[in-house]
Design a protein around this ligand. Structure first.
Ligand code: BV8
Length: 227
């Protein structure tokens, strides 16, 4: 029996039960900020201190000991461990490190990472666990893909989707492209497409299988059918 190739797309919903807010539950006002002010390059240029304060707050929140991976993160780590790292790829829109904390290894952070910053001049990516003080070094920006910027490792993602036997979408509303279009690529490649979410996403009709409920419940249950 050949081992299936599985691509898993995760969004903010998989980390909701770990205590991290999703983006659109608060109708686009995220942590009380307008997404255009804190998740676009224009917003950053307009007011870099506001954007750094915002990401400093999220970085502190992520490192709060109460924020831990939940059963959904652990189920995905177990799937990779059982089927082999080459057969299970997590493409996450999330900038938190909860997949890593749960033990997953094969991860692409297509929208960047909260615990990394980037030198705008050299492109150097550096681990960052503390607040960024913009006044000290104006070349350091969050290593985050903002709206209007190109997501990371798109070639690898498209390549994996074209070979997928399963495409599983977890905890994402299907609002943001190109991630929201991955299910169509997977379907065209002949993959089985499954949506695991709290409620139907915008792309709901494109999925062959849909199971709704909190990720910590529906993800372990579904993953168990693959192991
Ligand atoms: C690009 C960084 C070109 C910040 C983020 C018009 C039409 C179509 C597209 C566009 C358009 N105008 C502009 C675009 C492109 C734009 C886009 O898609 N805009 C949308 C809003 C219309 N996209 C871009 O600009 C992207 N770049 O397109 O470049 C390109 C394209 C292809 C190839 C090369 C180049 C860049 C997008 C990246 C933006 N940055 N984040 C940060 O993260 O700090 S996006 C932001 O939204 C986050 O990354 C987040 O992950 C992402 C998606 O949100 P979700 O994860 O889905 O979260 P959301 O709150 O929406 O939903 C949560 C879901 O979880 C809900 O369904 C809920 O029911 C569920 N849930 C809640 N609780 C639970 C749960 N599920 C299970 N259990 C629970 N307990």
């Amino acid at each position: 029996m050949t081992i299936p190739k599985i691509v898993i797309l995760t969004g903010a919903g998989i980390s909701a039960e770990s205590g991290l807010s999703t983006f659109r539950a608060q109708n686009g006002l995220w942590e009380g900020y307008d997404v255009n002010d804190v998740a676009t390059y224009e917003g950053y240029i307009r007011n870099p201190t506001v954007v750094h304060d915002f990401y400093n707050m999220l970085r502190r929140k992520l490192q709060n000991p109460s924020v831990k991976p939940n059963a959904a993160h652990f189920a995905l780590a177990e799937l990779e461990q059982k089927l082999g790292t080459d057969n299970v790829l997590i493409v996450t829109q999330n900038v938190d490190n909860l997949h890593e904390q749960a033990g997953s290894k094969n991860i692409i952070h297509m929208h960047g990472e909260l615990l990394k910053v980037r030198n705008e001049k050299t492109g150097q990516i550096i681990d960052c666990f503390n607040d960024v003080n913009y006044q000290q070094n104006k070349l350091i920006r969050p290593h985050i893909v903002w709206f209007g910027e190109i997501p990371l490792q798109m070639e690898q993602i498209y390549d994996a989707l074209s070979q997928a036997d399963y495409f599983i979408s977890i905890g994402t509303s299907g609002n943001v492209y190109p991630a929201a279009g991955f299910v169509q690529i997977a379907n065209q490649a002949g993959a089985k497409s499954i949506e695991l979410n709290l409620e139907p996403s915008l792309g709901e009709s494109l999925f062959q299988t849909k199971i709704y409920g909190p990720a910590s419940k529906v993800v372990p249950k579904f993953i168990a059918t693959l192991i």
